[in-house]
Design a protein around this ligand. Structure first.
Ligand SMILES: NC(=O)C1=CN([C@@H]2O[C@H](COP(=O)(O)OP(=O)(O)OC[C@H]3O[C@@H](n4cnc5c(N)ncnc54)[C@H](OP(=O)(O)O)[C@@H]3O)[C@@H](O)[C@H]2O)C=CC1
Ligand SMILES: O=C(CO)COP(=O)(O)O
Length: 401
């Protein structure tokens, strides 16, 4: 049973990437004591000396505020260290601000330290990606990955996820942002009250019990942002984005349900709210990924991917999530034309005309004709989501639901 006398006056952030740095700005402004963990001592020294991140975010902030000299400095209460043991021992609240592919390795380092620690820990995850479970090969969200990895220590920690529309630059600069805090009620109330209600005009939050649904929506919309970046380069007109938006909603809703989330998650800040901004803004790494992928495309997706990643500060989650989702769709024989199209565009090669054709087909020629889910179908989805989903091949593929 987690003890709720957690100390929220100090917070640890693991991963000084774009988002971790932006939360260090925010919590520093709130006079919290912030300790950032990063394994490279030189980077830590630079952060402590200059009160700026030498690797991530700073250049984008400079562009936005009109020059490096105008970039705000991190509060003197923000300190970087490469001592992970001290980070775990000294903090009741730890934000894991790494990308999904780096999370298993990080959890392996954290596990013995959490076990040794005397007190309890609140782990906060803003991570928006899906991965494959090592044992079951099922598609899982970051909180599921954390819980699977740390199941022996489940009495010593709880996970809270942050979802919704929030871009690093907005958080860093104190622009109004409203997130979704998802997880168990008491720990979420603690996080909202102690960390997200200070200066509510700058950062505020709503609560959602459906942590898996919130994470699934936040992760899957990154894939849609990747394809929307491509679509916006294809001269498809001003109507087509509406169809991408609505049809991806259908796919996100179904897939999120299958992963253990609720249909309602999509109608939240973490669903439509986050998808709207990520699909329409250069602030999104995932949207830019799609744009640059089209621009730099040479027929070879592996080479193009490397060139695109070299041009983006930070790692967009969409490209890895597409691969993991694709494996899952194949395994489940699940019908999901837009995610299938995303996989083909970013992994299978071909020319730019093929990208256009794939996108038009996936949006305009969906085999599902009905836009609504009838009451019987809704009930069956509710009681047996693992059976009641649209198949890609076979007799069940013909059922419209
Ligand atoms: N940026 C944003 O606006 C938003 C991001 N998110 C989510 O937050 C997560 C992080 O995103 P973002 O910050 O943009 O990504 P970045 O790639 O900018 O940052 C990840 C950081 O984690 C570091 N890192 C990786 N492994 C470890 C480790 N074991 N220990 C310590 N640090 C480590 C990386 O180091 P290195 O530099 O060496 O690679 C990098 O600094 C993603 O899941 C993303 O989807 C969610 C909403 C908004
Ligand atoms: O989740 C996001 C915004 O809320 C997406 O941001 P990125 O595409 O920059 O990772």
């Amino acid at each position: 049973m987690l003890n709720f006398n957690l100390d929220a006056s100090r917070i640890a952030i693991i991963g000084p990437g774009r988002l971790g740095t932006s939360f260090a700005y925010k919590f520093g402004r709130d006079n919290k004591k912030v300790d950032i963990y990063y394994h490279d001592a030189d980077v830590c020294r630079a952060i402590n000396r200059d009160h700026l991140n030498p690797k991530h975010l700073t250049e984008d902030l400079a562009r936005l505020v009109g020059g490096m000299e105008k970039v705000p400095r991190l509060s003197p209460h923000v300190v970087a260290t490469n001592d992970l043991e001290r980070i775990v021992e000294d903090h009741d609240v730890i934000m894991l601000s790494v990308t999904t592919n780096r999370l298993p390795e990080l959890l392996s380092y954290l596990e013995p330290l959490l076990e040794k620690k005397a007190g309890d820990t609140c782990l906060i995850s803003p991570i928006k990606g899906l991965t494959s479970d090592e044992l079951t090969k099922e598609l899982i969200t970051p909180s599921q990955l954390i819980n699977n990895h740390l199941h022996r220590l489940k009495h010593k920690y709880q996970v809270v996820c942050i979802g919704g529309p929030f871009f690093d630059v907005d958080i860093a600069l104190g622009r109004p942002v409203c997130v979704t805090i998802a997880g168990k009620g008491r720990i979420c109330r603690f996080v909202r009250e102690e960390l997200f209600q200070f200066n509510r005009r700058e950062l505020n939050s709503y609560y959602n019990f459906d942590i898996v649904g919130v994470e699934a929506c936040g992760s899957l919309k990154n894939i849609v942002a990747n394809i929307k970046g491509v679509a916006d380069s294809l001269n498809l007109g001003d109507s087509f984005p509406g169809t991408i938006f609505a049809r991806s909603g259908v796919e996100i809703r179904s897939l999120s349900k299958l992963l253990g989330g609720d249909f309602q998650a999509f109608y939240s800040q973490a669903g439509v709210g986050d998808m709207y901004v990520t699909l329409s803004s250069y602030a999104s790494k995932n949207y830019r990924y799609g744009k640059y992928f089209y621009e730099l495309y040479n027929g070879n997706p592996i080479e193009t991917n490397l060139k695109v990643l070299a041009r983006i500060d930070g790692t967009p989650e969409g490209p890895n999530t597409i691969k993991n989702v694709h494996r899952f769709l194949e395994k489940k024989n699940m019908y999901s034309p837009l995610f299938q199209c995303a996989y083909q565009i970013f992994n299978e090669g071909g020319n730019k005309a093929k990208m256009k054709e794939l996108l038009i087909q996936s949006c305009q020629l969906d085999r599902r004709v009905k836009e609504y889910i009838g009451p019987v179908s809704r009930f069956l989805y509710h009681i047996m989501p693992n059976l009641w989903y649209r198949r890609d091949k076979g007799i069940l593929a013909n059922l419209d639901r």
